[in-house]
Design a protein around this ligand. Sequence first.
Ligand code: OGA
Ligand code: ZN
Ligand code: ZN
Length: 518
Amino acid sequence: MLDNPMWLRDNCPCPDCRDPHSGQKFFQITDLPDDLAVGTVVERPDEVEVTWLPDGHRSVYRRDWLTAPAPVDHRSEAGKRLWAAADLAHAPEADWHAYLSVPGERVRVLEAVQRLGFALLRGVPVEEGRVLEVARSFGYVRETNYGQLFDVRVEPAPGNLAFTSRAIAPHTDNPYRDPVPTIQLLHCLANAAEGGDSGLVDGFHAAALLRAEDPEAFAVLTRTPVPFVYRDAQTELTAFRPLIDVDPLGHVREVRFNNRSFGTLRSPGAFYNAYRAFAKLLARPELMLTFRLGPGDCLIFDNTRLLHARTAFEQSGARHLQGAYADLDGLASTLAVLRRTAALDELEALFTGPGTGDYLGEPVTMAEHMLQAAALAEASGAPAHLVAAALLHDLGHLEGGAELMSGVDNRHSHTGAEVLGRWFGPEVTEPVRLHVAAKRYLCAVEPGYRARLSEASEFTLQVQGGPMSQEEAAVFAALPGAADAVAVRRWDDEAKVAGAPTPGFGHYRPLLARLLRR
Ligand code: OGA
Ligand code: ZN
Ligand code: ZN
């Protein structure tokens, strides 16, 4: 990292470089000096401080930021679970009312659309226009020349084969748009006709199979822009995109496949062999998940990945779907924010539930103790991750506190850190993990510290192994996170005042939200 000074400096987190509120950068990349170089480097257990040449700017980088793994693009195959029909024992589905009222259900459904490419909602009211409500539950309706929604039923003079009773082979919708609608919804209002069953094929899985079985054909499809066209009296749309679009890393990112709106490709060269190879692969029966939509079912799917199909149906029978388009970025955002809310709700429930129990013979409850520790951290001007660590340091006590007082080490700092690791990075979990060790450390190195411990703390010190030896203390002091753990420990020791007023858990929600893992 020190060998890439422009990158490192571009990522300086200091308040002169970024707005502390939004995190947005103040400077342009061209504002950095041409002869930018690392001057001095000070290594500390948790952070690295760089003083820059020639301007003397100082940047402090957290070690866990420096070593964080690169995030995965959730749009590319790298962020997906690819499937064939047999891989899906249960198609992802949920009841519409549960989806609306239970955040966890909504997370599950939206995660399925993101990871598997689809989900099925049951029990959406059988009324025209409800498909828009489904789209708005996670994002924004993409209005097109077909309107906000479109009716899929037999029409007298159809401008699209979807509006006849013919079978429709696996396809993606509207490949003639650029950008293409990335989500499609189909809400079934009636399906009383003989036939009219539905099918879904994972286009990313099919593309990955083609890459393995016929790499040359795969390469041709990624390199050939195909003209897709739609024309009617009011509309003329054209887009030139490949059937398989890969990102700059070579990962499949979009599949477009629609024989109905395929325009005329000039100078096709090797294209047709490759196109037929992919089409044959997509038609393998084992790839297609088949099912039947009933009234009230609403299918939500990734139109850049899944191909959808239907069998022919009887002209005379009643079949009516309403469709709409929306976009994956809105869904991903809704999902990320819901995950935040769900995590904070879970933590808050621990404070208002088990947290109201007694705290190890002290005159405060566990929740009061942790809220006091957080208030002390905040009052001392501690950075957000330490306020969070102080607030959450005894989470591991919420089960098993009594055990500790009966003389069994419940290793609560470790269990707490494990639980918190679901949501927070090491800047929060490590001080929590080490806050018991920090007590044993301070007893070894700080004269007078032990004598100030409360009676209960002195008792638990024995259970937890007593003061560290000088060797143990030296090892501890060198750990990343040791200084933070000591800071948390000092607030912990003070946070035992009966009736001390503190802000409630809600006060810390915005601070916690900013620290949640992405
Ligand atoms: C469509 C479509 C499928 C169906 O309208 O794009 O593919 O089941 N409809 O009618
Ligand atoms: Zn379609
Ligand atoms: Zn504590």
